[in-house]
Design a protein around this ligand. Structure first.
Ligand SMILES: Nc1nc2c(ncn2[C@@H]2O[C@H](COP(=O)(O)OP(=O)(O)OP(=O)(O)O)[C@@H](O)[C@H]2O)c(=O)[nH]1
Length: 301
């Protein structure tokens, strides 16, 4: 998508967080303690995180104390955020040298996991890839049903087991199917809730090790889906999942419904995980590859 189109998409999706900053209201104000306190409180409300906020406030104080806030100050804050978000790793998904590329998707129920998988599948399909979806959430029968509907719409194949089947065996079958058909991409959906958190983490570990055994070098990405509206709570989830299955990136959903869009910074800073995609709406094309510069520009308009 052209940069301008992407910026418009981001702006629309992130309007709630942008409203919080309302940079036009800064202009002409003196950068005194009151101004800094207000900026600090807005960054915290946007869930940028305490550490990053303190860092930004300190830099603004040092560079602009007692000056008048203007366009240059806005650029300064933008650059601070861009630097905090800078990630040397590529923001695109890793593609396997030998088919299939395997993407394991995790996240708690309600985070937007199923819809994100559907959106991702559609995106990869539009780019010309053949796709197999593995419905490994056998705990909730409705999950596989929902995924099947999306799979059909996106023209993907789905592998599912009987309700209550061993999710690792579904993962195994899906790997075999993808290998046999020489499929480009295998996307593995997993449960978001089990009897206990320990059960859930053990199951995810097991699915991952089955995939690793079937397709050496995989999974090529372990993506964690987090609800952006959960703000700092999302960070705690990220810690738990990363410990169990070593996430490689995050899909941050529902940013359109929240003023906590700054959590993108917190995920990058605290978890050292790149945000690969953001969800900015319910439509199929509302999953956008994350771009730090466009993200920051769209918050300060
Ligand atoms: N506004 C908005 N809604 C979203 C976004 N992503 C997902 N949703 C909605 O969030 C709700 C939950 O999404 P699901 O994909 O069903 O979530 P899940 O994590 O798979 O949860 P379960 O289906 O309960 O396992 C749905 O109504 C989605 O349409 C987004 O980026 N923006």
């Amino acid at each position: 998508m052209a940069i301008k189109g992407l910026l418009e998409r981001f702006k629309k999706g992130l309007a709630k967080t942008a409203q919080l900053f309302n940079v036009r209201s800064w202009f002409g104000r003196k950068v005194d303690q009151e101004f800094l306190d207000e900026l600090e409180s807005r960054l915290i409300q946007a869930d940028v995180g305490v550490v990053a906020t303190a860092q930004i406030i300190k830099s603004v104080r040092e560079a602009y104390a007692d000056q008048t806030a203007d366009e240059e100050l806005v650029e300064f804050v933008k650059n601070q955020l861009k630097e905090l978000l800078h990630d040397p790793r590529p923001d695109v998904l890793t593609v396997a040298a030998k088919k299939p590329s395997v993407y394991l998707i995790a996240g708690v129920n309600g985070s937007g996991k199923t819809t994100s998988i559907a959106k991702l599948a559609q995106r990869l399909r539009d780019q010309g890839n053949s796709i197999v979806l593995a419905a490994c959430d056998t705990f909730r029968a409705a999950a596989a049903d929902q995924l099947s509907i999306w799979a059909e719409r996106a023209g993907c194949e789905i592998v599912r087991g009987a309700p209550g089947a061993d999710p690792a065996s579904v993962a195994h079958d899906a790997c075999q199917r993808a290998l046999a058909r020489s499929t480009d991409v295998l996307i593995v959906d997993t449960a978001g809730r089990l009897h206990t958190q320990t059960h859930l983490m053990r199951e995810l570990e097991k699915i991952k090790s089955v995939i690793q055994r079937q397709i050496p070098g995989s999974p090529h990405e372990v993506l964690l889906v987090l609800d952006g509206g959960n703000g700092q709570n999302a960070i705690r989830q990220a810690e738990m999942f990363t410990k169990a299955i070593g996430c490689t990136g995050v899909i941050l959903t529902k940013l359109d419904g929240t003023a906590k869009g700054g959590v993108v910074v917190a995920v990058r800073q605290t978890m050292k995980l790149p945000v690969k995609f953001i969800g900015v709406g319910e439509a199929i094309d509302d999953l956008q590859p994350f771009d730090a510069d466009t993200f920051v520009e769209s918050l300060f308009t």
